[in-house]
Design a protein around this ligand. Structure first.
Ligand SMILES: C[S@@+](CC[C@H](N)C(=O)[O-])C[C@H]1O[C@@H](n2cnc3c(N)ncnc32)[C@H](O)[C@@H]1O
Length: 237
């Protein structure tokens, strides 16, 4: 799909994870942001949660790292519009080697290779301080199609908590996305293209877009709705 359509697909999403405004606010509370001074988000996407953190704690130095130029451009533009001094850096997040006091890594542990490698790598990024870690887990036993989509490395929630403990983390907060957060996430992830398709039914790209939208909805309701969970952990050393 071309850059124009790629940029359009996520425009209706608040952030690229199943998370309500109220839930996000609780997570930021638990991070004690005021104690910074440096917060980094590894795999930040367009960094909306970072922008919220910067609004809450203006003295924080705030850096987002991602490899997706379209997402980074959206983040930079939003920061400019809101007068926030958030830095957006284009690089492989796995190469970040500056220790910080606060970090986010949400839906991006795969950057390090796996959940286990991510939690170990993040322990070096946050040697003391707080990490907001978001990761998928099996909320119910997966069918073969869900296993195919999300891979055999996905853990159960007890396994995820044990893996964090093995990497030396203490769990200060744990919450999971609820069904409404998931349904909103899935619906908004399709909404940008649904709107485009309704306005451009005769465009040569319409068939491919319709196919993608139909497959995503089918996979969600048949294969992973209620099966894949998303856990948010606030971790300390
Ligand atoms: C599921 S999204 C989550 C984005 C963001 N954390 C959020 O919650 O909105 C995963 C992000 O990881 C980024 N990513 C994937 N591989 C990366 C890499 N090697 N280095 C930096 N970012 C990467 C993707 O571009 C994407 O923005």
């Amino acid at each position: 799909m071309d850059d124009e359509l790629n940029a359009l697909r996520r425009t209706r999403m608040r952030w690229n994870t199943p998370l309500s405004e109220a839930h996000a606010s609780v997570l930021l509370d638990r991070l004690d942001l005021g104690e910074g001074p440096h917060l980094v988000d590894l795999g930040c996407g367009w960094g909306e949660l970072l922008l919220r953190a910067s609004e809450r704690a203006p003295a924080l130095r705030v850096t987002g790292v991602d490899a997706d130029e379209v997402a980074l451009a959206r983040g930079r533009s939003a920061a400019r519009e809101r007068g926030l001094a958030v830095e957006f850096t284009s690089s492989d997040a796995a190469t970040w080697d500056t220790p910080v006091e606060r970090a986010f890594c949400i839906g991006a542990a795969h950057v390090f290779g796996s959940t286990k490698a991510g939690l170990a790598g993040l322990a070096r990024v946050v040697p003391s301080g707080r990490l907001l870690y978001g990761d998928g887990f099996w909320a119910a036993p997966p069918n073969p199609a869900a296993l195919e989509i999300f891979g055999p490395d996905t853990l159960t929630l007890p396994e995820l908590v044990d893996t964090a403990a093995d990497a030396g983390w203490r769990v200060r907060h744990l919450s999971v996305a609820d069904q409404l957060e998931w349904d909103d996430f899935e619906s908004t992830s399709r909404a940008g293209w649904e709107e485009w398709l309704a306005a451009h039914p005769a465009d040569p790209r319409a068939g491919e877009v319709r196919e993608w939208l139909d497959r995503r909805l089918r996979e969600y309701v048949r294969d992973y709705r209620g099966v894949l969970g998303l856990a948010y952990l606030v971790l300390t050393r």
